[in-house]
Design a protein. Structure first.
Length: 475
């Protein structure tokens, strides 16, 4: 593979190029899901305590992933804009500074996490055998953090340059390796003694080590559109500041999403195990739509960044609207199928009729709003490609913490408070269906805000400094 794998979004038909950028990202998202499922599948052969331990660590792991995604959201924006401007050497310099920053942040987090692992597990409620299993798992996961961050940096660098296939193929190899070695380290095989949850973490570490080593080699070779130059690993305070300024809102965005998911799960749990089970299955079905719209949003980020670098903001807008309309059309069609056959969709996961019945209600209310969720994710991708990550963060906050959680509290539960001057105010007490309608409200309202905000055009300038000079030693 060579730099020919780079996709130039600054000219030609938009839709085919968006598809070419998007499908490897969709595949990568699904492969990441396979990565996680493999761990849970084989850990399940150890026992329920082991499964509970791995599940309990997921929110903590997501916080670290969100941090890595924040740093690399800035990388995608800056690399794509420099590539669009024809400043490949500047793009390479961004890659070097990204590697430096991700190493510094991930090593610091790994050390802090390892030092405070015991109070961390106590804080999140791990006890007894679950505590022991979670400790064995997280000790190794902390050691693998630098590898995780470096792989995100590698993927973002290539994505910003317009190459999404190379990282996908590495994900294929890494996920495949993880699936093969998971049972060996978890259950044991031959001379290798089974290590339970620690074995799952060891398999993850080795798989990420393989993917990261291959990624660094590819960046050093420079045959894939961007290159890592060793001289670019010298700290450039101005460039590092830019990466942090553009990246930290994307990290906060991920944290806000994970916290809201915890809150909504807690609200659903108040109505008992049947709605909770139906909700869990409904989210699994929704996650397919997130995989698609998230991937198209990432491709949109590349397209917008390249066109802003090339000083063609009108084409950047066309990329965004094309991606939004296409994604929403696909998700409307998918939702139509689910609404037409909700029981069949639920039975893919469970056979208990009460859960199926509640799931039918969930899907009929929420599925038609999937397209609006997807539309917001694509427009957020456009903002991130422009480097306006604060707008993407604000849309996530509005969707979840203004339009979803408060609406859920108002419409789902029975309560009464006395407001001065106004008098008594009561909740609508719709029950668990009120929570489902809160999802719809959040999706539709945030989509309306996203469309208006994007049409204002405050993103059209981009974030790269025109005519900036790379560090000493540049070509």
């Amino acid at each position: 593979m060579s730099s020919d794998s780079r996709i130039d979004m600054t000219d030609g038909a938009i839709a085919p190029k968006l598809f070419a950028l998007s499908w490897p990202l969709v595949a990568g998202n699904l492969l990441q899901t396979l990565y996680n499922l493999a761990d849970v599948f084989w850990v399940g052969r150890v026992g329920s305590d082991a499964v509970a331990a791995v599940s309990l660590m997921f929110p903590t792991s997501w916080m670290f992933v969100s941090t890595a995604m924040g740093i690399t959201a800035a990388t995608i924006a800056l690399v794509s804009q420099h590539v669009g401007a024809g400043e490949d050497r500047q793009a390479d310099h961004v890659v070097g500074q990204t590697v430096l920053l991700t190493l510094a942040v991930s090593v610091a987090l790994a050390i802090l996490g390892y030092v405070f692992r015991h109070p961390l597990l106590s804080l999140i409620g791990a006890e007894g055998a679950v505590y022991t299993e979670a400790l064995a798992y997280i000790e190794v996961i902390f050691l693998s953090l630098p590898l995780t961050f470096l792989f995100f940096a590698f993927r973002a660098a290539l994505q910003g340059a317009g190459d999404t296939k190379t990282a996908m193929w590495l994900m294929v190899a890494s996920a495949g390796l993880n699936v093969v070695i998971d049972p060996i380290f978890i259950l044991g095989w031959g001379p290798i003694e089974g290590m339970g949850t620690r074995g799952a973490a060891v398999a993850t570490l080795l798989s990420r080590l393989f993917a990261t080593a291959a990624g660094v080699y590819i960046l050093l070779r420079g045959d894939w559109g961007v290159q890592l130059h060793l001289e670019d690993l010298r700290p450039d305070p101005e460039r590092l500041r830019k990466l942090v300024d553009v990246g930290y809102p994307a990290s906060l965005d991920g944290w806000a999403r994970s916290f809201s998911a915890v809150v909504m799960a807690a609200l659903v749990a108040r109505f008992g195990p049947i709605p909770t089970a139906a909700y869990g299955i409904g989210l699994r079905l929704m996650s397919v739509s997130w995989s698609v719209s998230g991937a198209v949003g990432q491709a949109t980020a590349t397209g917008v960044g390249q066109n802003l670098g090339a000083k063609t903001p009108d084409r950047a807008a066309s990329v965004t609207w094309t991606a939004t309309a296409t994604t929403m059309g696909i998700l409307f069609a998918a939702a139509g199928l689910v609404v037409a056959f909700p029981a069949e969709a639920m039975r893919l996961f469970i056979g208990e009729q009460p859960v199926i019945d509640e799931g039918i209600t969930f899907l009929r209310i929420v599925a038609p709003s999937w397209a609006f969720f997807g539309g917001v994710m694509v427009i957020q991708g456009a903002f991130r490609g422009a480097g306006i990550t604060k707008a993407a963060m604000a849309l996530s906050f509005l969707s979840r913490w203004i339009f979803r959680v408060p609406v859920a509290l108002v419409v789902a539960f029975a309560w009464t408070v006395t407001v001065p001057v106004i008098g008594p105010v009561s909740g609508l007490a719709w029950g668990v269906e009120g929570l489902w309608w809160a999802y719809v409200a959040g999706a539709v309202a945030s989509f309306a805000v996203a469309v208006v905000w994007f049409r204002l055009g405050t993103w059209r300038e981009g974030v790269i400094d025109r005519g900036a000079t790379p560090a000493a030693g540049d070509d």
